[in-house]
Design a protein around this ligand. Structure first.
Ligand SMILES: Nc1nc2c(ncn2[C@@H]2O[C@H](COP(=O)(O)OP(=O)(O)OP(=O)(O)O)[C@@H](O)[C@H]2O)c(=O)[nH]1
Ligand SMILES: [Mg+2]
Length: 348
């Protein structure tokens, strides 16, 4: 295997850049390197945006603004499903399929809950071994962060950098338990839900909300003795989807079966994604969706920043503690306490 061509990120461990020596390029070199398709500069630019140092944060924004005209030219695909459903194995199969057809594929992850062995993708990197060595693929682990918002932001920014480097397909893996799938839905064009055929429990234990978010469902591990159950599950899910109101875009989610291990159904899923893209490109629906996602991102950032500024203010915290005491003993109502602190925010 030719490792020389590999884009695979070599940092197999998490590095807190805030505690390591800064080793930065000039802003213009990040921009020119990334936009000329240099993957080593891409890796370094991602390390920069993952840093929490204020100077790095400022530089990251300059780099991102510099590469912005070169972004947006990829198809962004989110892949979710419960732990162990087969997301990574599926991404390996789909990613390889696309690389073989000349696409350049970047694989990212949003998994704030994962503290195991350096992020979910690296944790099970063996599942993507072949893809990780393909010259057209780039795999980056889930960034660290103590909040979902922070992790999601870094993944969005990483996605933009990958696009500017020339990757035309972005695959984002996220675990479909908790809120990370909502964050990923808000940054991709197509959202694929992976499911397993269960013994008669096809529609149990599934969060309805996730199904409603999906643009497509793949019943995976449809191989060996699972084939029959998977076909049955496909019909059950397809029927269940009919019960949901149609989405604003007029797209009807489809359900397909696949086996990542046997490489079946992968092309069918790709065709489903392509017909979705075609549907969304008509009447500029895809552009509209992305514009809305960007606006939402701006508001999320403002909200998060306002919260941080407020809760990091020592005077406000002092006042809150005192008000908390008064609320506990019913000296004042929670509403009055909240109003007092919000009014005083401008003085503290
Ligand atoms: N039979 C069969 N097994 C599969 C298939 N895809 C994945 N598996 C197996 O299912 C297990 C979990 O696969 P992963 O790809 O790691 O699943 P995941 O959803 O990424 O798991 P997390 O990242 O832990 O949430 C592994 O043992 C795989 O070999 C498939 O198509 N068929
Ligand atoms: Mg995985």
């Amino acid at each position: 295997m030719d490792r020389g061509n590999s884009y695979y990120c070599t940092c197999y461990f998490r590095v807190d850049m805030a505690t390591t020596k800064r080793n930065r390029l000039p802003t213009s070199e990040y921009i020119s390197g990334v936009t000329s398709g240099d993957v080593l500069t891409l890796s370094r630019a991602i390390t920069l945006i993952e840093s929490t140092l204020p100077a790095d944060r400022k530089m990251s924004q300059e780099v991102l603004n510099g590469v912005l005209p070169n972004t947006g030219k990829s198809l962004r695909i989110g892949i979710t499903g419960v732990p162990g459903v087969g997301k990574s194995t599926f991404i390996e199969a789909l990613g390889l399929h696309l690389c073989k057809h000349g696409h350049k594929v970047a694989v990212l992850a949003v998994d704030p809950s994962s503290q195991r062995s350096g992020g979910s993708i690296l944790g099970d990197k063996t599942r993507m071994e072949e893809l990780s060595h393909h010259k057209n693929a780039f795999i980056r682990p889930s960034p660290t962060g103590n909040s979902l918002g922070g992790v999601a932001n870094k993944t969005r920014e990483t996605m933009l950098l990958c696009e500017a480097t020339g990757f035309d397909i972005i695959l984002i893996e996220t675990v479909g338990v908790g809120q990370s799938e909502v964050a990923v839905k808000g940054m991709v064009d197509f959202f694929l839900l992976l499911m397993l055929a269960g013994a008669g429990d096809e529609l149990q234990g599934i969060k309805k909300g996730i199904m409603e978010m999906a643009d497509g469902i793949a019943i995976t591990k449809a191989d060996t003795e699972n084939i029959k159950a998977s076909k049955k599950a496909r019909l059950a899910y397809q029927n269940a989807l009919h019960l949901f109101p149609p989405s604003d875009t007029g797209w009807y989610p489809k359900v397909v079966t696949c086996s990542a291990l046997e490489n079946t159904g992968i092309e069918e899923i790709w065709q489903m994604i392509k017909s979705y893209e075609e549907h969304m490109t008509k009447d500029n629906k895809l552009i509209g969706q992305r514009q809305q996602q960007n606006v939402n991102w701006m508001y999320e950032t403002i909200n998060a920043e306002l919260r941080n500024q407020f809760y990091e203010n020592p005077k406000a915290m002092e006042m809150i503690k005192e008000l908390e005491r008064k609320v506990k003993i019913a000296e004042i109502t929670p509403q009055t306490a909240a109003q007092l602190i919000l009014n005083s925010k401008f003085e503290v």
